[in-house]
Design a protein around this ligand. Structure first.
Ligand SMILES: CC(=O)N[C@H]1[C@@H](OP(=O)(O)OP(=O)(O)OC[C@H]2O[C@@H](n3ccc(=O)[nH]c3=O)[C@H](O)[C@@H]2O)O[C@H](CO)[C@@H](O)[C@@H]1O[C@H](C)C(=O)N[C@@H](C)C(=O)N[C@H](CCC(=O)O)C(=O)O
Ligand SMILES: Nc1ncnc2c1ncn2[C@@H]1O[C@H](COP(=O)(O)OP(=O)(O)OP(=O)(O)O)[C@@H](O)[C@H]1O
Ligand SMILES: N[C@H](CCC[C@H](N)C(=O)O)C(=O)O
Ligand SMILES: [Mg+2]
Length: 493
């Protein structure tokens, strides 16, 4: 593709060289430059892409896009394009390279601290169930109408992201559902995508390692809504105090959902049980296979977005009652000895307290709650003592363990958690850094009727320690324990 076509939408300050040069690939990583590449230099968190311009040219880049006037030596075989903001240009160029796939799909972005994967996945499941070819970009995996691809991020980098959207268009998808993380909005990964709609779930503490404070975190989310086009919909959870803020400056058509009061899409909860919940959505009763008030919010968001995308109300409600929980979200396993294990991805204070309240709501004090939980390394440290407190206050017994330690010492993360407890609470808490041992201990402590919550890692099938991902799957560990218990009881029989 010609460079001039690729940079059509970019805010170009200066161009030096041949604007009509033919580009054979685009990349923002010098390590993937090949002869004919366009290299886009972006300032990052750890390093600055501008430092690799020389290397990119050495490897055969024919053009360079940059935003800092720091080029020391110009080569006549290279075209230099100075833009206002490289990160934005990168997204615009990626969209152009793949033929603006987002404008050929009905693309819905879901943002908020918790519930993104659940809502995006359930939208994808619902639309496919109703016969519409669709795609999904999520924390768990990416799907191009049923074909699964592994993922690296909640929201991919602009090049990979547009590549997936193109694959969806080529596969005949009409709809695409994606998670939009605050990191992605801040780094302009979704800039230049054409959204048909956006959903806001909630805003509670997370990522204060990255965003300076909650206000900045909120404003980043809000900017996603500010940038929506006029023909899109903006659907927000009006029960969250930041829900209305998302609508303040958006040009999109505004809609709300609520479980507490008046809204365009409303739900009421009648009866909660372990396998599901009896609810009402906009006056129609149904039973869903999900537990917890937070999941009623998720389903209501799915319903609202489905209606706004033109689905039939009756068909959609029928589909909602058939939908099943998403991998690693409130996944229930029953032990041969009569206790229950729930594997869940709660890794924020709000998610943890929601999931524990949901368990308490259905357990009705007929058994004890044992919680196994840890906190991720190289992530928001300030959420650790709060998560620890939530776990202890809402369970009968807590076992603190490791999540993904990444580059931190597990003992130090555990200490940050323990710092949130009183001496008395500490006395009633077990600390077992080895996650496998922690799960074994919780299972050994459980009595028939008890519930063990294993929180934080959900679908993850690895544990990340010092840059290496070791295979580890909470569900697999539990199944191993259950199988041992089964063999033992068979031997006794
Ligand atoms: C902190 C963060 O978000 N970092 C993301 C960011 O990388 P960065 O800014 O750190 O990049 P950098 O290493 O400083 O490099 C700067 C530039 O130099 C280039 N470079 C670098 C080295 C070199 O030899 N040559 C070269 O050209 C790089 O390609 C890059 O363009 O941009 C990269 C490309 O988009 C991302 O892969 C990377 O995600 C890292 C791996 C990450 O862990 N991100 C997490 C925190 C994240 O984004 N999480 C959210 C979900 C959060 C949630 O929902 O809970 C997500 O959307 O996944
Ligand atoms: N609407 C909600 N409100 C509060 N907590 C929720 C909600 N939905 C899910 N959760 C809790 O948060 C956990 C993560 O849910 P989900 O994966 O859907 O969120 P996410 O926003 O995609 O998270 P991530 O930021 O890691 O991508 C769940 O396992 C559950 O414990
Ligand atoms: N998207 C989140 C996932 C956290 C999952 C948890 N298991 C952890 O490692 O902290 C993040 O990258 O912050
Ligand atoms: Mg997610």
């Amino acid at each position: 593709m010609k460079l001039s076509k690729l940079i059509e939408a970019c805010d170009v300050i200066a161009l030096r060289g041949n604007g009509e040069v033919e580009v054979t690939s685009i990349t923002s990583d010098s390590r993937t430059v090949t002869p004919g590449s366009l290299f886009i230099a972006v300032e990052g968190i750890f390093t600055d892409g501008h430092a690799y311009i020389g290397k990119a040219i050495e490897q055969g880049a024919v053009a360079v896009v940059y935003d800092k006037p720091m080029i020391e030596e110009y080569f006549s075989r290279v075209t230099y394009v100075q833009v206002k903001q490289s990160a934005i240009s990168l997204s615009q160029i990626a969209s152009a390279w793949y033929g603006h796939p987002s404008s050929l799909l009905k693309l819905v972005g879901v943002t908020g601290t918790n519930g993104k994967t659940t809502i995006a996945t359930l939208l994808y499941d619902a639309f496919r169930h109703l016969g519409y070819p669709s795609g999904l970009l999520s924390t768990v995996a990416n799907y191009v109408d049923g074909e699964r691809y592994p993922t690296t991020h909640t929201t991919l980098d602009p090049v990979t992201l547009n590549d997936f959207l193109r694959k969806m268009v080529d596969a005949g998808c009409e709809y695409a559902f994606m998670e939009v993380s605050s990191h992605a909005v801040h780094q302009k990964r979704v800039h230049g995508l054409r959204f048909a709609g956006a959903v806001f779930t909630n805003l509670t503490q997370d990522h204060l390692d990255y965003h300076k404070n909650m206000l900045e975190y909120r404003n980043v989310k809000k900017s996603f809504f500010d940038d929506l086009p006029v023909d899109a919909f903006a659907l927000t959870n009006i029960d969250d105090k930041n829900g209305p803020v998302m609508l303040q400056n958006t040009k999109a058509a505004q809609y709300t959902y609520s479980v507490r009061g008046m809204a365009d899409f409303k739900a009421r909860i009648f009866e909660k049980h372990f396998d599901g919940t009896d609810i009402e959505i906009n006056g129609k009763e149904l039973t869903v296979q999900f537990v917890g008030t937070f999941n009623v919010y998720n389903l209501l968001a799915v319903y609202g977005a489905g209606i706004l995308l033109g689905l039939d109300e009756e068909e959609l409600l029928r589909t909602l009652s058939l939908l099943k929980p998403v991998a690693g979200r409130f996944q229930t396993l029953r032990s041969p000895q009569g206790y229950t294990v729930i594997v869940d991805y709660a890794h924020t204070p709000d998610a943890l307290s929601n999931v524990l309240s949901a368990i308490d709501g259905v357990l009705n004090r007929k058994g004890r709650i044992i919680t196994v939980v840890g906190c991720g390394g190289n992530r928001d440290k300030t959420k650790r003592p709060i998560m620890a407190r939530e776990a202890v206050q809402l369970s009968d017994k807590a076992v603190f363990t490791s999540d993904n330690p990444r580059f931190e010492e597990p003992g130090e993360i555990l200490q940050d958690m323990l710092d949130g407890l009183t001496e008395e609470q500490k006395g009633n808490t077990l600390t077992i850094a080895d996650r496998r041992e922690a799960i074994k201990t919780a299972c050994a402590l459980a009595q028939p009727g008890d519930v063990i919550l294993i929180a934080g890692k959900g679908h993850e099938d690895y544990q990340e320690i010092k840059g290496v991902k070791h295979h580890f799957d909470d569900k697999e560990e539990v199944e191993k324990i259950f199988n041992k218990l089964k063999t033992k009881s068979e031997k006794i029989e």
